[in-house]
Design a protein around this ligand. Structure first.
Ligand code: 4NP
Length: 165
């Protein structure tokens, strides 16, 4: 069997958007029976929340959709992530800029906006719900979950693109 595809979701704090995206991806991957083929982790470009669980509002939002992310702990993007992962999926353009700025000269990992890579059309960025309320968290969940479903389809070869396009 070929090596698994290793996905890393990146946002700013790793307590709101990227843990929700990690949870949504894990659920969609499990549903497709691809847990051996696609692995997922998440990080923040910033280090303020390292070691913290996801924001309680992110935990509650995921739980409303049947996904438990309470066991996740925040960590910060590290140099080793560029060799430990194949594709870095960023929540917004600032995250993507930071990921590119820290990228080693030689590196096989690719980075993209999560929503763009999913080919969902419409919005390219996942707005940060941190200073918002339940509606903003619900909106972020809807975006990451639709993207997660599309990404799993793409990686399972059910849609054009695969990992290379
Ligand atoms: P996230 O949201 O990037 O979606 O995890 C944020 C969480 C915390 C902070 C910023 C954004 N913060 O500045 O502490």
């Amino acid at each position: 069997m070929s090596k698994p595809i290793r996905l890393l979701v990146v946002c700013l704090g790793n307590i709101c958007r990227s843990p929700m995206a990690e949870g949504a991806l894990r659920a969609r991957i499990a549903e497709a029976g691809l847990s051996e083929r696609i692995t997922v982790d998440s990080v923040g470009t910033g280090g303020w929340h390292v070691g913290d669980p996801p924001d309680p509002r992110a935990i509650a939002t995921a739980a409303r959709h049947g996904v438990d992310i309470s066991g996740l702990r925040a960590r910060q993007l590290a140099g080793a992530d560029y060799s430990a992962f194949d594709l870095l999926l960023c929540a917004d353009r600032a995250n993507l800029r930071d990921v590119h700025a820290r990228m080693p000269g030689t590196c096989d990992a690719r980075a993209a906006l999560m929503l763009e890579w999913a080919g969902e059309g419409g919005t390219a960025e996942i707005p940060d719900p941190y200073t918002g309320g339940e509606a903003e968290f619900d909106h972020a969940w809807a975006l990451v979950d639709a993207a997660a479903a599309a990404i799993v389809q793409r990686l399972s070869g059910k849609r054009q693109g695969g990992l290379t396009a």
